[in-house]
Each structure stands twice: as structure tokens, then as C-alpha cells.
Design a binder for this molecule. Structure first.
Ligand code: PLP
Length: 361
């Protein structure tokens, strides 16, 4: 056991399971008798191909990816998907629906406007993104090429508690900060994408789950590397994929399976979040940023009565071994990101710390 590790509440890149880090450490100079590190291998080698295929299979199994969908392991971060999605799908009808419920969906919305006519299907900006619009508030266009939303708003701490019903319009979802924290019916989506560094692996890997029939309709000027079809045809190996991150994803998926998979995670994650929300709701000093009914189980946003007291909280928490609790500048206050790898014990200890701080200040 690494004795000197802190409870790291970073929003991303964020903590990885200790067991995963230890296994990667043990294998770092000589991967399973190959005489080299995974970082030093050809991506076309037999050894790496096995890692790649195993990781693909584990991901498909744990995420429940049906036939007809391809899983891509790409680079460029979730942010490159903000361009890739419209470049590849807008050609269908020339227009798309976007729900803007936070920072990243807003960036995606603005980027998509370069490529077509964008309908703002919903926005939570009127109350500083503290809530998720209900189904009957969505202004949907049946002629849209696709409907786009972000299932968990990492910065504001809100999370969609339902999958929007869009009729026949394909759904595209940014799941960067809640992927594999709960079961998802993949068949309801046409594209799911996620940067791996929140819940799955180190930074550098972007996972795209795409219904294959949607590829091949890209705009004519789509860059080669931003064409889903290029990557589907070459099984994510048109160029060098993020090999090390794919290997690390495989280790995280082994760990996830031991925890009972996404079903196991769902049971744990809601309890972890509820522990913090309960302490905050019953405190004198703190209020939660997100409205009840829209609160995220992944990113808990809260604040005290003043910026000075917030700063004192963050400083004392850091000294006590709870790091990265300062909120994003768009929201202020504090944010505790409690992804899959954050142990229940870390959340319990943070809850105790909040309770004590509330009493002593
Ligand atoms: C972190 C994050 C992003 C940006 O991810 P990058 O990989 O840094 O581009 C996009 N969407 C959501 C929901 C995020 O949490």
C-alpha cells in the first residue's frame, strides 16, 4: 500500500485505482516477458495487438455495446469530438439540435454552428446551469441530423437523470465525466464519446462508440484524421493510437469487473454522492450549487457564505489530505469530483471533515 497518497478530488485528470497503478508499475519495464515496456512497443506488434483486442472486448462487454456499433480508441480529447460530430453527421440534413447545459456543451454548440444550422433545443443558462431541462422543455426538430447533449456537467455539477426521447433523431452524447458509472442502454444512442481521463484511464485516449451505419456521411472537406470512417476501416489504427492509455484502460476495466461492473458502480456511486449532499444540506455554512433533482453523482459543487471562508476550507482540506477541492472559476466555491476510483472511505472522511469545519467556523 502506498501510505503517502492523498484523497484526490480532481475533476480530471483524476485518481486511478491504486491496484491499477501498482500493476502498471510492476509491469512497466518488462510487460509479461516481452522484454520491453508497453510504452516501447510497436502498435502493430503481436503483443500490443493482444492488449488492444482484449481491451476492446472488455470494454464492449462491460459497457454492453451491441452488434452494429464500433468502439474507437482515438486521440484529440473529448474536445476534438465537438468538431468531429458535426463534420461527420451534419451532412444528413444540414441542421442539428443542441442542448446547452454547461461549459462543454456550450463549446460544442458554438463549434457546430460552423457546419450547419443549429437549433438551441434547450439551455439552462438562465439559472447559471444549476439544473437539467425536463423532456417537455426540449424544443426538438424532427428534421435534425442529430440531437446533442452532455450527460454530466463536470463544472456545474449537474447530471441528466433521463435519456431524452428524440423520436427518430439520432442521439449524440458526451459522457466524458460519467461514462461507466452506471449502466447505459447503448442502443438508444448513435454516438457516445468520452475523454478517458475522468473515469477510465490517463489523459490521451478518447473513446467513441458509434453506430456504424452513421459513418460515411461526412462533409467533403472533413480532415482525414477526423473522419470516423477512416478510423472504423482501420480499427483505430490508421496512425499510432494512444497505446499506453489503451493498456491502462484494460487494467481499469479488469478492476471495474471485480467491482461488479457498471451495475456494481451504480450502487456505490449514488451512496457516495448522497453522503456528501446529506452533510452539505444539513450544514449551517454550505449550500449546494445544483438544484435537487439535477444533482450530479460525479461532481458535487458547493460553497460557503463567502469567498474567504471557501479559501479557508480549501486550504485546511488540502492540509488534511483532501486535494483539488477548489471549484471551477465559472462556479466558484468548491467541487468534489468522486469518480469510480474514489473509494467510499475517501468520501466518508471528506464528509466528516465538512461536518467538523461546519461546527468550528
Ligand atoms: C473534461 C471534459 C471535456 C474535455 O475533455 P478533453 O479530453 O480535455 O478535451 C469535455 N466534456 C466533458 C463533459 C468533460 O468533462
Amino acid at each position: 500500500m502506498a501510505q503517502d497518497r492523498v484523497y484526490n478530488f480532481s475533476a480530471g485528470p483524476s485518481m486511478l485505482p491504486l491496484q491499477v497503478l501498482e500493476r502498471a508499475g510492476a509491469e512497466i519495464t518488462n510487460y509479461q516477458g516481452s522484454g520491453m515496456s508497453v510504452m516501447e512497443m510497436s502498435h502493430r506488434s503481436k503483443v500490443f495487438d493482444q492488449i488492444f483486442q482484449d481491451t476492446q472486448a472488455k470494454f464492449r462487454k462491460l459497457m454492453g455495446v451491441p452488434e452494429g456499433y464500433k468502439v474507437l480508441f482515438l486521440q484529440g480529447g473529448a474536445s476534438s469530438q465537438f468538431s468531429m460530430v458535426p463534420l461527420n453527421l451534419m451532412g444528413r440534413t444540414g441542421k442539428a439540435d443542441y442542448a446547452v447545459t454547461g461549459n462543454f456543451s456550450n463549446i460544442a454548440y458554438k463549434e457546430a454552428k460552423k457546419y450547419g444550422e443549429i437549433n438551441l433545443a434547450a439551455s439552462s443558462e438562465d439559472r447559471n446551469h444549476t439544473y437539467i431541462p425536463a423532456q417537455d422543455q426540449l424544443k426538438l426538430d424532427p428534421g435534425a441530423s442529430y440531437f446533442y447533449y452532455c450527460s454530466n456537467n463536470t463544472i456545474y455539477g449537474t447530471e441528466w437523470q433521463y435519456v431524452p426521447d428524440t423520436g427518430d433523431v439520432p442521439i449524440v452524447c458526451d459522457m466524458s465525466s460519467d461514462i461507466m458509472s452506471r449502466p447505459v442502454d447503448v442502443s438508444k444512442y448513435s454516438i457516445i464519446f468520452a475523454g478517458a481521463q475522468k473515469n477510465l484511464a490517463p489523459a490521451g485516449l478518447t473513446i467513441v462508440v458509434i453506430k456504424e451505419e452513421l459513418a460515411g456521411q461526412e462533409l467533403p472537406y472533413t480532415p482525414l484524421m477526423m473522419n470516423y470512417q477512416t478510423m472504423i476501416k482501420k480499427d483505430s489504427m490508421y496512425n499510432t493510437p494512444p497505446c499506453w492509455c489503451i493498456y491502462m484502460l484494460g487494467l481499469v476495466l479488469d478492476w471495474l469487473e471485480e467491482q461488479g461492473g457498471v451495475e456494481g458502480m451504480e450502487k456505490i456511486k449514488h451512496g457516495k454522492a448522497q453522503l456528501l449532499y446529506d452533510v452539505l444540506d444539513s450544514s449551517r455554512l454550505f449550500t449546494c450549487a445544483a438544484e435537487v433533482g439535477s444533482r450530479s453523482d460525479m461532481n458535487v459543487t458547493f460553497r460557503s457564505e463567502s469567498a474567504e471562508l471557501d479559501a479557508k476550507f480549501v486550504a485546511e482540506a488540502t492540509a488534511a489530505g483532501f486535494t483539488n477541492l477548489k471549484g471551477h472559476r465559472n462556479v466558484g466555491g468548491m467541487r468534489a469530483s468522486i469518480y469510480n476510483a474514489m473509494p467510499v472511505e475517501g468520501v466518508e472522511k471528506l464528509a466528516d471533515f465538512i461536518r467538523a469545519f461546519d461546527k468550528n467556523n
